[in-house]
Design a protein around this ligand. Structure first.
Ligand SMILES: Nc1ncnc2c1ncn2[C@@H]1O[C@H](COP(=O)(O)OP(=O)(O)OP(=O)(O)O)[C@@H](O)[C@H]1O
Length: 268
């Protein structure tokens, strides 16, 4: 088992003009670790994903993913985006969508390559339980089925790091559970590190090792029990916040007295 961090950020700063999203960010993510990235709209969660994907350079500081600069680590990164309905007319089968995740890293396949591709795609489809609908046009599948295929697409390249940008959004509870279980199984069996951007920690709370919570240029990193407290969130939000634990779930109550659905606090 590798002990080299899957992701390292040191002294990382990202600013757009005068607007500093985060600064002095130090984070080592261990293989197999599950880090939830939380924060209100505009706090820089997606921008962090973009840095790790090599789509955006840091303003200063250093970042490595799977031991390499993000752009060079592409082969070792799997990315699961938000579920968005695919065009019903899209003439692409489920297994083709998954295959694109393999092709993205390779070209000029050759005969051996084609066999290897098929084997990898079949393995990824089986990993997410999508064999039954793998040959159907993706546009005809339900949102939950499409999202399973996106997970398979992210896994087909055998990633060391899985970047997830609100992958449960607009899925019903059963599919939220199914998709988060798939991600959890992957990190347990293959030691894949997971960075998981979400507005709602509750669906993944049992899986979360550490939270990176971003608010308006400030941040905290630590286990949920340390970060998801009234004291820490009041400091981060610079307003009085109560964190309630109800049946093992986290609820945040803002100063206005309403129970806020997780992290929408700053918008109220
Ligand atoms: N290329 C860019 N140039 C200038 N500003 C940008 C750029 N990309 C993002 N921003 C700004 O940076 C801030 C952070 O955006 P980002 O998408 O990372 O936030 P987020 O935490 O993912 O938000 P949300 O929860 O709404 O998805 C936003 O205010 C956004 O408008």
């Amino acid at each position: 088992m590798s002990t080299t961090p899957a992701v390292t950020l040191s002294g990382a700063r990202l600013a757009y003009g005068d607007r500093v999203l985060w600064d002095g960010l130090d984070l080592d993510v261990a293989p197999g670790e599950f880090v939830a990235v939380l924060g209100p709209n505009g706090s820089g969660k997606t921008s962090l994903m973009r840095v790790l994907l090599g789509l955006r350079a840091l303003s200063s500081g250093a970042v490595t993913v799977a031991g390499a600069a993000p752009g060079r680590a592409n082969r070792r990164i799997g990315y699961i985006p938000q579920q968005r309905a695919l065009d019903p007319a899209l003439a692409l089968r489920g297994r083709d969508l998954v295959g694109l995740g393999w092709d993205g890293h390779r070209w000029g396949l050759g005969l051996t390559g084609i066999r290897e591709r098929r084997r990898r795609v079949d393995t990824a489809l089986a990993e997410v339980g999508a064999e039954a609908f793998a040959n159907r046009p993706v546009g005809m599948l339900s949102g939950g089925e499409q999202q399973r295929l996106r997970v398979a697409q992210a896994l087909v390249g055998d990633p060391a790091v899985l970047l997830c940008d609100e992958p449960l959004l607009s899925l019903d509870l059963a599919h939220q559970r199914a998709v988060s279980d798939l991600i959890d199984t992957r990190r347990r069996t293959a030691d894949t590190a997971v960075l998981f951007v979400t507005h709602e920690i509750n669906p993944v709370l049992p899986l979360v090792d550490r939270v990176l919570y971003l608010v308006d240029g400030r941040f905290r990193i630590g286990p949920p029990d340390e970060v998801m407290t009234s004291e820490t969130l009041s400091e981060l939000y610079r307003t009085e916040v109560d964190v309630l634990r109800v049946r093992g779930q986290v609820h945040i109550v803002g100063g206005h007295g309403a129970v806020c659905e997780d992290f929408h606090l700053a918008e109220h």
